[in-house]
Design a protein around this ligand. Structure first.
Ligand SMILES: [Zn+2]
Length: 565
């Protein structure tokens, strides 16, 4: 017997066996039962979620002469006609290859003929958004006054490209993407019917790769089935679908933990040796990191949709990392994913990023570090102990404050954050229509002397350096009363509380003056000051130092790839 693809074999034949589109099935059934049937429908949604299948089921249901008005019998002449290869009462057109006016004129000519077997002649136009403007216009008149025996069903993945004139004449149904568990459920059912032994993780892999499309899930299932037959496990499925095995990711994380760059490079080599491309490699890694993060929270293996063995492996790996580590790795990874498609040498980019990840020092969770310090230090060290308690309390307070100001009031910044966020706020204001207003705020500081005050006291400080710029800015701000009012309003909005704004001039402290002098020095001059050995070399060899370059010890995740790599 010829092999029939699963997607075809297990295509639903009634609304009852449709997965994930209950809302649509129910509305259509109610309309049929109540005799309130529209003559034109638009089915919209992403690919592979059952739009054309539903269109066929609807055509079949409407024309069936069997006893149940909402479930096609599969036995009557019409059901057999529509179930066969070239039905007489259902005409399916793919608009992607029939975009022109002539195609639609031809179709319209057929509209006048009455159905041969059933009650309705059903026209299904797939990917309807591909029709030309002329074709849409030709269709419009028929759509306004169709013969009573005609039903139109349009399907589209891009409803935004369908003209409003068409949209206003159809009944629209939005198909949902299927959830992973809906896909897994359906595959489980099919496996049972087909006598296929499969582990849950393998089904999860199909569902994840299908990304909401039942048709894709069945295609992948077919692909695997052709190789594995009736016994399917996760590893085999991964290798057939070109999905990297989890072992690779465990190795990668291990090499990061040990700052072992060579191990990270070996992983890239291993992946390319088994034919895994970079995009699925990184996608898989991002899922892996997410799973690691989840395994640290109170989530079960079942909820995460992974096997118990894999889950306990995740947990023991996740223990060695902090949430901060994982979030930092995730951030670097998503930056890498964004850059990958534009990279001239993707492999180099992946390797250098992995090297940077391996070089990352572990982020230490401050609270955890403090609590371990409190444990280790002998009780006699009262001063240190007191300090630890103070700092812990401060962190606690700050966390609470942040949480409360974010969640309860909808403020953009908390009182604690305001002064450190001031530069960012000024940047936002620099696109302000009033250029003068924004310009005066350049080189100012915000000081918040009393976090409990009400109204909240905010001091705007003009730093008086040796340039005329600061005095000019201060003068402008003082002479334009509406600047004061405006800034008070902006701050009140950001903090969601009343603000009392005080403006003051401030002389620079000696440290700030030193900093300005330091910043005006060249890197060469700075190096010369901080590294006495350079002076010594200059003396020894009677030479002049014209260029120096520092080799960074630790790489920052926010910087680009360092030239040393
Ligand atoms: Zn029937």
């Amino acid at each position: 017997m010829a092999y029939i693809a699963m997607a075809r074999k297990w295509r639903p034949h009634s609304f009852q066996s449709m997965v994930g589109q209950d809302h649509i099935a129910k509305t259509l059934q109610n309309a049929i039962e109540g005799g309130r049937l529209h003559h034109a429908f638009l089915f919209t949604g992403t690919r592979g979620v059952g739009k054309t299948t539903s269109a066929r089921i609807l055509a079949k249901t409407l024309n069936c002469t069997g006893p149940n008005p909402i479930v096609p019998c599969g036995e009557c002449a019409s059901c057999k006609d529509i179930g066969g290869g070239t039905p007489m009462d259902v005409l399916e057109i793919d608009a992607a290859s029939n975009t022109g006016v002539d195609n639609i004129r031809e179709l319209i000519e057929r509209v006048q003929y009455t159905p041969m077997i059933g009650k309705y002649k059903v026209f299904i136009i797939d990917e309807v958004h591909m029709l030309s403007n002329g074709a849409f216009n030709a269709l419009l008149k028929t759509l306004e006054e169709p013969p009573s025996h005609v039903i139109f069903i349009f399907a589209t993945t891009e409803v935004n490209k369908v003209p409003q004139t068409i949209l206003s004449r159809v009944q629209r149904f939005d198909f949902k993407r299927l959830t992973a568990s809906q896909i897994v459920g359906r595959l489980e059912f099919i496996c049972k019917e087909e006598g296929v032994q499969v582990d849950p993780e393998a089904l999860q892999i199909f569902a994840e790769k299908a990304d909401g499309s039942m048709r894709d899930a069945l295609t992948y299932f077919d692909q695997a089935y052709a190789f594995t037959g009736t016994s399917m496990n996760a590893d085999a499925v991964r290798s057939i679908l070109g999905i990297p095995p989890n072992e690779l990711y465990f190795k990668l994380i291990e090499s990061f933990e040990n700052h072992h760059i060579k191990g990270a490079f070996e992983m890239v080599e291993e992946a390319s040796a088994i034919g895994v491309e970079f995009t699925p490699l990184l996608d898989g890694f991002s899922k892996f990191l997410r799973n690691l993060l989840y395994s640290r929270l109170s989530v079960s293996a079942e909820e995460l949709g992974v096997s118990v063995d894999f889950f306990s492996q995740l947990q023991s790996t996740g223990e060695k990392l902090s949430n901060g580590d994982l979030l930092r790795l995730s951030k670097m990874l998503s930056d890498l994913q964004a850059k990958l498609s534009r990279a001239q040498n993707p492999r180099l980019l992946v390797e250098t990023t992995f090297a940077r990840m391996a070089w990352l020092d572990h982020l230490t969770d401050l609270k955890r570090a403090l609590s371990s310090m409190a444990k280790i230090e002998p009780a006699s060290n009262e001063v240190l102990k007191k300090k630890v308690v103070e700092v812990s309390e401060f962190i606690e307070l700050e966390t609470q404050e942040k949480n409360s100001s974010w969640t309860s009031t909808g403020a953009k910044y908390s009182r604690y954050e305001l002064s450190s966020a001031w530069n960012a706020i000024c940047r936002d204001l620099s696109s302000d229509e009033d250029i003068l207003f924004a310009a005066t705020l350049n080189k100012t500081n915000l000081h918040t002397p009393d976090l409990e005050s009400s109204p909240f006291i905010v001091q705007l400080q003009f730093k008086m350096d040796n340039t005329n710029e600061s005095s000019w800015a201060h003068m402008q701000f003082s002479q334009n009363p509406h600047f004061h009012e405006r800034l008070s309003q902006i701050l009140a909005e950001l903090l969601q509380c009343p603000v009392s704004l005080q403006v003051e001039k401030r002389e620079l402290t000696s440290e700030e003056q030193d900093e300005i002098i330091q910043n005006s020095k060249s890197p060469y001059e700075k190096d010369f000051e901080s590294l006495p050995i350079l002076g010594l070399l200059q003396k020894m060899y009677d030479t002049e130092l014209i260029y120096s370059k520092r080799i960074p010890k630790v790489f920052d995740s926010t910087t680009d790839i360092d030239p040393i790599l």
